[in-house]
Each structure stands twice: as C-alpha cells, then as structure tokens.
Design a protein around this ligand. Structure first.
Ligand code: FAD
Length: 500
C-alpha cells in the first residue's frame, strides 16, 4: 500500500502549529509535503496559556532551547495550581507537579503520612512534603533538574505561555523544517464519492489544496471532522456544568506567582495566569446560573491591573467527538473535543494526539484498525481528564449558590465513583500505566477536597511508627528551610530568562 505523500493541516492556532512543528521535525525528509492552511481573517481562540509538565518534554523532543523559548514567549514557570474556595469558602489547597515526599524505608510516603494522620492526627499537611508546593507557597523557584540531589529534586514544572507568541514561535520553527504555510479561508471541503475520504480543500480564492491525510485543527468550527464527516459528539455537560468563559488580559501587578490560580466563584471558577509581560484572567461559568454580562462584571471587579484587552466571551460544549479520527481526517485540539481548562490539559492533548499519530501512522488507505485503536486510546485520555475534573466539583461541601448545589448533586461517571470509593475504603489509588495524572495528583485533589480514607496500607505497620513520626517531624521544616535559600520566581526569571 502506498505511503502518505502529503499531510494537510487545517488551522494555525496552538493545535495547528504544535502539529506542524512535530510533523515537520519528525518527518522532515521522509514525507513529500506538509502544508498548513490558516486564515488571519478568522484568527485563533487566543486563550490557552497554562500548561502541564509534558509541555517541557515536548520542547525537549523538538530540540527547542527552553531558555530561548521562555524569553521569546514571555513565559513564566508553573509549579502547580492553587485551588481556592472549592471545598468551602475560605479553604484552599495546592495541586503540585512532581512528587510528594520520598519513600520511607521501602514504603510509599503517602501511606506513611496517612498512618500518622489517622492514628495520631499528625499536625503536618500532605503538601508540606511536596517541593513544588513549598516553592509555590514561598514564591520561590529553581529548576529541579539543576538541583537534583537537593530537597527539591522531586519537583516538576511547566510554563505559563502567551498563546499568540507560542503560535508565532512554532510557526517559525515549523517553516524552517519545511512546512508550507498557505493563507486563506477554506470555503469548501470536497470528498471522494467512492469512500467519503476528504480529497481537497477549496479556498475562497478558488485555490485547491489536496492531500492524503488531513489534520483538522480548525478549532471549535471542526470544519472537516464534524461539518464535513459529521462524526457526532459525546456531550458531557451532564457531569460538567460550565459552558462558557469570559477572558481578559491585564497589566501585571505585584510578584509573578509560579502557579496558576483557580478560584471558585458563585457560578463557576476564575483563572489567573501570570506571564512575564501581562496576566491572563478568565471566568469559566455555567450559562444556566449567570449571564454573560454578570460574569463579565464579576471578572472585571476581581482582576487587578489595567485592562489590556476587551473581555471576550467564549461559548463551549464539554465533550469529545465520537471518532477523533475518521476516514482520512484526524481531529486535534478544540476540533476533537474540549473539557474546561481547570487542569490545563487541552494543549497537552494536542501533542499527545500527534505522538499517538506517529505510533499509528497510516498509509494512504488509512486502515480502520489503526483509527480504531487510536480512537480508543485518545478517548480514554479524554475520559480520564473528564473524571479528574469532575472530582474537583462532586465532593465539594459548598451549597451556598444554585450552581454549587447543582454541581454537588451530579452523579459522577462510574469510573470516577470507583476511584473515590477505593480511596475512601483503603487509601489506595487506581493507577493505569498510561495515565496522565499520577497518584500525587489524585491524592492532592482528594486530600484538598477533604476526602479522607478509612484506613492506610497495612504493610506500613512493618516499620516502627517512630521512624515515620521522626521523618515527618524533620522533613517538612528541612524542606521549608531549603526553599527559603532559593531565588524568588521573579529573580530567577530576571537572571535566567529575561524577556527578549
Ligand atoms: P483555534 O485557536 O481556534 O485555531 C483554529 C484555527 O483554525 C485558526 O488558525 C483559524 O484561523 C483556523 N480556521 C478555522 N476555520 C477556518 C477556515 N474556514 N479556513 C481557514 N482556517 C480556518 N488549554 C490549555 O492547555 N491551558 C489553558 O489554560 C487553556 N485555557 C483555555 C481557556 C478557554 C476559555 C478555552 C476555550 C480554551 C482553553 N484552552 C486551554 C484550550 C486551548 O486554548 C486550545 O486547546 C488551543 O488553543 C488550541 O486551539 P486550536 O488551535 O484547536 O483552535
């Protein structure tokens, strides 16, 4: 069967240019052509500025110099997310990147800490032992891999980025790798009568763009996967109530925090993402409980710093396509599905989608078996993220507004209920080999949301309790003292990656 000769990418937002950069980098010289079609007139969504640690891996895999990337995109470092007012008003918790504590003897740190908590109500908090949480709380930063044999070696980090600058950066990168960019509005998509495969795009100018495989990165418009192939959509708005966001950029005020803030609001939640040159803000809300105007008013009353943009309202529908890959179209980014950005997972799903495509790269016939396995794995990723996000809502104690009463009353997906029950009964986590969120992430949110296990892993009883107590008594203060010696996040940025 003949190999692919040409891949066409429709759309030049973050999804389009990440796709182009990855395909250009890995297929350069092996594929006749990669072409990206985008329209400046239509523009991009322009939000999507908080990432998770695999984003750093993406940069490394592309051979991009991290320091240069940070300078060019005015990025800042992110050690995790500070969740405020989610369990109850006035309560907050932190979801850090990286590990929490080190094994005590051969036992998982979490189980040791849990034993101390359950048996003698040890005064420490789980996050006292998470290097990323302690750095975030103190507003300090150091690259963990540069401090590997120190107490912060287990931390991990991601970036806050300027979406527009990232797209520009990756465009330069991809074009240097031979990706062809065509400016124009796609007005028609022609399919082959014999099998329904997409054959070509027709642009407003009349120009035609043909290809063997089409990557639909056209955002919520989903030009190929939905408008042309009509694959359908799993709507998850029964478990995730938010369906709109309003976003605005402001001038920076105060120190640049090395974390994203996600603060619960009366009818949703508000994000704050600090970059070197400005701050991104938004209110994600449910239109059943608050109007666009009211949500905008609430957001504007809470941001600090002068407004740099007009507030922009973005409607969305939570869910995922029935088939992310259908015939010779693979949808990536917003075209494939969307889950509210509470854990900053959407950009991750973009490079995950292309990584997965490399694994199941088809020939020109796009064998259905490859698409089926690709769809199974990508859908599993979406479902895992959906469950993780639902967890942030369904165990809340808030009942102070109609939105929170509705969120609390939701019946979570069975897959999530099973996870929560396992944790409640035993303190154990269900962890698959290929899952994005590892034990420390689930434990941080479960613990932060006040879910307490009935017991700890009994294997820990093999170790004298005194060893656990002594370790806990000493480790937290030692970590805090070490973090006090690190530069502040702003000092680190100024010294190592000042904006270009
Ligand atoms: P877009 O940016 O919408 O790009 C679509 C592209 O298709 C554009 O180039 C457009 O010109 C082109 N196009 C469309 N129609 C045509 C046509 N007819 N002809 C030619 N070109 C066309 N993700 C995160 O990881 N972290 C976050 O913090 C985060 N926050 C978010 C907040 C909100 C409110 C929303 C809605 C999303 C957020 N996301 C976040 C998701 C993130 O923004 C997207 O995953 C990411 O930007 C990719 O978008 P995209 O490229 O798929 O779509």
């Amino acid at each position: 069967m003949s190999r692919l000769q040409k891949i066409v990418i429709v759309g030049g937002g973050t999804a389009g240019w990440v796709t182009a950069a990855m395909l250009g980098h890995h297929l350069q010289g092996r594929m006749a052509q990669i072409e990206l079609v985008e329209s400046d007139d239509i523009g991009t969504i322009g939000v999507g500025e908080s990432t998770i640690p695999p984003f750093i891996t993406l940069l490394r895999n592309l051979g991009i110099d991290e320091q240069h990337f940070i300078q060019a995109t005015q990025a800042s470092f992110k050690l995790g997310i500070s969740f405020r007012d989610w369990l109850r008003k006035g309560e907050s918790y932190f979801h850090p990147f990286g590990s929490i504590g080190g094994a005590i003897d051969i036992h998982e740190f979490f189980q040791c800490w849990l034993k101390a908590k359950l048996t003698e109500n040890h005064p420490s908090n789980l996050q006292d032992f998470a290097p990323a949480s302690v750095m975030a709380e103190k507003g300090r930063f150091m690259l963990p891999f540069k401090a590997q044999r120190t107490l912060i070696g287990g931390a991990n980090y991601a970036l806050h980025v300027d979406a527009r600058l990232v797209a520009q950066y990756l465009r330069r990168f991809a074009e240097a790798k031979g990706v062809k960019r065509t400016e124009g509005i796609v007005t028609e998509v022609k399919t082959r009568p014999s099998d329904g495969f997409v054959e070509k795009l027709v642009l407003k100018t009349g120009e035609e763009v043909t290809g063997d495989l089409f990557i639909d990165c056209s955002g919520f418009r989903a030009l190929l996967i939905e408008k042309t192939l009509g694959v359908g959509y799993h709507d998850w708005s029964d478990v995730l109530l938010c369906d709109r966001a309003v976003a605005v950029q402001t001038e920076n005020r105060g120190a640049t925090t090395p974390f994203t803030v996600a603060e619960a609001q009366d009818s949703g939640w508000r994000w704050r993402i600090p970059l070197q040159h400005r701050t991104g803000n938004g209110y994600v809300f449910s239109s059943k409980f608050i109007s666009d105007e009211e949500a905008t008013e609430v957001l504007l009353s809470k941001v600090d710093g002068e407004l740099l943009t007009k507030p922009m309202v973005i409607p969305f529908k939570t869910g995922v396509r029935h088939r992310i890959w259908d015939k010779n179209v693979v949808s990536v980014g917003l075209a494939s599905g969307f889950i509210e950005p509470l854990e900053s997972t959407a950009i991750h799903l973009v490079y995950r989608a292309i990584d997965m495509l490399f694994r199941y790269m088809p020939d020109q016939d796009c064998a259905p078996a490859l698409a089926a396995e690709y769809n199974r794995r990508m859908t599993a990723d979406y479902e895992e993220i959906r469950d993780f996000i639902v967890l942030h809502y369904c165990v809340t104690e808030r009942e102070d507004t109609p939105f929170w009463r509705a969120a609390k009353a939701i019946t979570p997906p069975a897959s999530l209920t099973e996870r929560i029950e396992l944790y409640r009964e035993s303190g154990l986590m269900r962890e698959g080999l290929d899952e994005l969120f590892r034990n420390p992430s689930w434990q941080s949110v479960l613990d932060g949301m006040g879910v307490t296990p009935k017991r700890y892993d009994q294997l820990v009883d093999r170790m004298p309790f005194e060893v656990i107590r002594r370790t806990l008594d000493e480790a937290g203060p030692r970590l805090a003292a070490f973090v006090d010696t690190l530069p502040t996040h702003d000092e680190f940025l100024r010294e190592h990656c000042p904006a270009e």
